[in-house]
Design a binder for this molecule. Structure first.
Ligand code: SF4
Ligand code: SF4
Length: 199
């Protein structure tokens, strides 16, 4: 009898949550219109154990949890003022544990001398284990870990072997997803420029 009472009580809680989910949908609708409950700023309320009503799981893919700044997706190359920061030094390819980076250094068409830029750059993100070593060891802050996570594809070679065009991303993207790191880099850059000017 005692156990049955607890069973009824727990089923009651589940039922209350179920009904409240629909009530909550309406509440968000009247508060902010369609999609209000899926806005990033309303997520902390919806996920709060004390403030939320109804279900508090994330309704993926309509709703997404914000990724932390240091989240490691897949690597990308930074393009600054129309030029890649990468000098084709090859450090990233050497430290990559599963060896999924391939680089071909560019060379001067007239002299044949090697240039400080890549002619080709490939990362096989079907092999990449998102360790971040490439970004950590790059001496030029040229490669960073992006925030892409939805990479499911049918054709591995076509969709998951990223070439130079797909790897390059503007500096503004880096600034947007890594604001703290970007600010620290800018500070260092300014300090170096000031030191040079003093000499
Ligand atoms: S991304 Fe960095 S480590 Fe890799 S080749 Fe370019 S400059 Fe070197
Ligand atoms: S994140 Fe790790 S596995 Fe992926 S390319 Fe960089 S070093 Fe290689």
């Amino acid at each position: 009898m005692y156990a049955s009472l607890h069973l009824v009580k727990s089923l009651g809680i589940t039922f209350r949550r179920f009904v409240e989910t629909y009530v909550d949908d309406l509440r968000w609708f009247f508060k902010g219109g369609f999609g209000a409950r899926y806005r990033p700023d309303t997520l902390p309320i919806r996920q709060s154990p004390t403030k939320s009503r109804g279900i508090f799981t994330v309704q993926y893919p309509a709703e997404r949890l914000p990724l932390p700044e240091r989240f490691r997706g897949f690597p990308f190359l930074i393009e600054e003022e129309g030029k890649l920061r990468c000098t084709a030094c090859g450090t990233c390819a050497r430290v990559c544990p599963p060896q999924c980076i391939w680089i071909v250094r560019a060379s001067d068409p007239e002299t044949g001398k090697p240039l400080r830029e890549p002619a080709e750059f490939y990362i096989d993100i079907s092999i990449c284990m998102q360790c971040g070593f490439c970004a950590e060891f790059c001496p030029f802050d040229a490669i960073k870990m992006g925030h892409e996570i939805e990479i499911a594809a049918f054709d591995r070679e076509k969709d998951l072997l990223l070439d130079l065009e797909r790897l390059r991303k503007p500096l503004s993207y880096h600034a947007q997803i890594h604001p703290t790191e970007y600010a620290a880099e800018q500070e260092k850059k300014q300090a170096r420029a000031a030191a040079r000017a003093r000499k």
